[in-house]
Design a protein around this ligand. Sequence first.
Ligand SMILES: [Zn+2]
Length: 302
Amino acid sequence: MWANIYKIRPLRALITRAAPGWAYNGFRARAKPMDWNGKKAAVSISFDIDYKDDIPQLKPILSLFDSYKFKASFACVGMWIEKFQREHSALVDHGHELINHTYSHPNNEELNPKKFSSLTSQEKLGEITKCSEICELALGYSPVGFRTPHFGSQHSSEVYSLLTEAGGFTYSSSTLAIATKSAGNPYKETNGIIEMPVASCPRHPFNTLDSFHCFRSSRSKHSPEEFVALFKQTVEDAKARGTLANYYFDPQDFSGKPGRAGLKHLEAILNSLGSQSDLLVGETKRIAEVFASKSKERKVSD
Ligand SMILES: [Zn+2]
């Protein structure tokens, strides 16, 4: 039902205005509790390095993460790796995961105005393989995860067969929780690629709780303090339901510029995770691995 409503823009706008809590709780009620190595819920944080403005924020974010035991995932664009190799190398040096985010991030005014969904299958495959090649050549890193640029409307099930064709991929994180049949939990696509949906905003359930949504979108703004509170609310919700809570942010949104969050807000959410021993926190690929191992165990015991 919710995945169908998601496709009808006026209806989702109406529900968001009239009854966001009803929609959020309604779709989340369908999420089944999963085994997260004995922990109550799994949390993964990723950053999309989409624009030039994201680059200067990488260093402070890396320094902040050094104080915590868990790592993050960074969705990287081939063209930015070529231009800012040192900054991307640092991500690997600090032990974080790199996610393939295509070579030119189609539908990005700084790099490539074409929409990803308008590319031919061969062009899409080329975007995926070229990004992986650059990760390997320039950074000595082979990504196993993929994120469709702007996901949502740009993402389609074709991506999973392209990832299989490209080889080496175990998961994608390109869908919005409310639009998935698993209500935000990981699930396997028909060809075995795991999809790791991104958490919905409790106040705008048809949007992800990402930092662009909170601070830069014209329609649905949150203050940095609200962002921290909504983050904590969704983690609590994941714990109560035994599910995944998967987030993506843009590094530039932690610059402390007017209307955006600062590093102290990122620190607040990382502190809230670090203090909870009943959470499995880690890179998206690690959470996907736990999900995969549990589904194997389930199959053996069936
Ligand atoms: Zn919101």
